[in-house]
Design a binder for this molecule. Structure first.
Ligand code: NDP
Length: 400
């Protein structure tokens, strides 16, 4: 049915290729391309050995539009899944437009020289994708991604009006390292050290980093200190659900993690500007990435689970109702199935399902869309079949 090109051979890319290979009725031809071709070849050899499925590989610099266009014109995929870094979103979208290829990603664009992300840059491509008759699906990982689809599902089936939305993201796993990040360290540290921000009564409220926190109870996990941070799906969700009075994103952090983070910041290792070192220019956070554990290698000893969901309060038939929808994902089970840990797994599986929705013609229309703008039901069905089953609780105390 579909010819797909995946760009990015990191933790998330590994999971996407595994899940695509597990659905050969939908994905008939697969190519994996990235900056370092040897990483693609290693993943492809593993897939060949375990599933007997051929994955083509290629080297590409996704910062370079002509290079991307040459690859796209040579391979001619129908859909490109971008699981490289947020820095490459715009160059890849430009190349897709030039070569007539549909697009899906899991993180919104972020300029390299500014720790700031927002959808405006990608939303600005709406007309161009519409005119080209191409589909662009934005933010199809877990958060953003599944959390946005949970919200769309809640709005469709359980609420007339969503008023309060709290996205709660708990990683109760242990990788047995003193300090490591669960996905690309540069992107991760930029995200969690920024100022906090949430939506209330029609405006954004800014806080100091990690200023608002409280323990929240997570299913099968128990209480974990959770911190309000800004996360990109809030931007599209408050736009697409204007009845929302307050929308926040909570993430759990351990004390050890926060202490390391504070030290990293205080000594300047989180800086994203260039510094002179031994007659060479280096960016401290990029150097830090080189010495930290590779998130892709954390899987082997990772125990415990993630628990991510949406806690929602609003109105149904004139009555106030509450709703909690969530998934728990075991790091060990994720590793056993794909060789990657739970955070890569919870991102890569939804990216594959989004691509499946595209190839089945269910999520296909010209323009640029956030995932909550599509029908959530077939996607929710696939989550249960592809390794990320969800659970619902009705009319419970949301703690928030
Ligand atoms: P990794 O750093 O493990 O992998 C990134 C991959 O992209 C690497 O293979 C890297 O190549 C490749 N890459 C980087 N720059 C280029 C370039 N210029 N050209 C070609 N390839 C390039 O990251 P993750 O797999 O952890 O994350 C992938 C994406 O998923 C990120 O955008 C991240 O923000 C997003 N994400 C989304 C989540 C969600 O829930 N929505 C959660 C977690 C992550 P090389 O091997 O040479 O370095």
């Amino acid at each position: 049915m579909g010819k797909v090109l995946i760009i990015g051979a990191g933790g998330v890319g590994t999971v996407v290729v595994n899940k695509v290979a597990q659905n050969p009725d939908v994905f008939t031809e697969i190519m994996l391309a990235s900056r370092t071709k040897s990483k693609c070849d290693k993943i492809a050899a593993d897939i060949k050995q375990r599933f007997g499925i051929e994955v083509k590989t290629a080297q590409v610099d996704a910062d370079n539009v002509p290079e991307l266009v040459t690859l796209l014109n040579a391979y001619k995929p129908e859909l490109l899944i971008n699981v490289a870094l947020p820095y490459q979103d715009l160059t890849i979208m430009d190349a897709c437009l030039e070569a007539g290829v549909n697009y899906l990603d899991t993180a919104n664009y972020e300029p390299k020289d500014e720790a700031h992300f927002e959808y405006s840059w990608q939303w600005a491509y709406k007309d161009k994708f519409e005119k080209a008759g191409l589909t662009a699906i934005l933010g199809c990982g877990f958060d953003p991604g599944v959390t946005s689809i949970y919200t769309a599902y809640a709005a469709k089936h359980h609420f007339d009006e969503i008023q309060y939305l709290d996205i709660v993201d708990c990683n109760a796993g242990d990788h047995h390292k003193a300090f490591a990040t669960n996905f690309n360290p540069e992107i991760n540290i930029r995200e969690v050290t920024q100022r906090g921000k949430y939506w209330e009564n029609g405006a954004w409220v800014e806080t100091e980093p990690h200023q608002i926190h409280m323990p929240l109870n997570y299913p099968e996990v128990g209480p974990k200190e959770s911190y309000v941070i800004y996360h990109e799906e809030l931007e599209s969700l408050v736009k697409n659900y204007p009845t929302i009075k307050r929308a926040r994103f909570w993430m759990t952090f351990g004390q050890e993690y926060l202490t390391h983070l504070r030290v990293i910041q205080n000594i300047g290792m989180a800086r994203i500007d260039e510094v002179e070192y031994n007659g060479q220019k280096i960016v401290p956070i990029q150097f830090l990435k080189a010495v930290l554990p590779d998130p892709g290698d954390l899987g082997e000893n990772y125990t415990g689970q993630t628990s991510i969901g949406c806690r929602i309060k609003g109105l149904k038939d004139g009555k106030e109702v509450t709703y909690y929808v969530y998934n728990n994902c075991s790091h060990e089970a994720a590793y056993k199935e794909t060789g990657a840990q739970g955070v890569s797994y919870t991102t890569g599986v939804p990216a594959m399902i989004g691509a499946m929705m595209f190839f089945k013609g269910i999520w296909r229309k010209p323009g640029v869309f956030n995932v909550e703008e599509f029908n959530p039901d077939p996607f929710m069905e696939q989550l249960n079949q592809q390794g990320l089953p969800w659970h619902e609780l009705h009319n419970i105390d949301l703690e928030l």
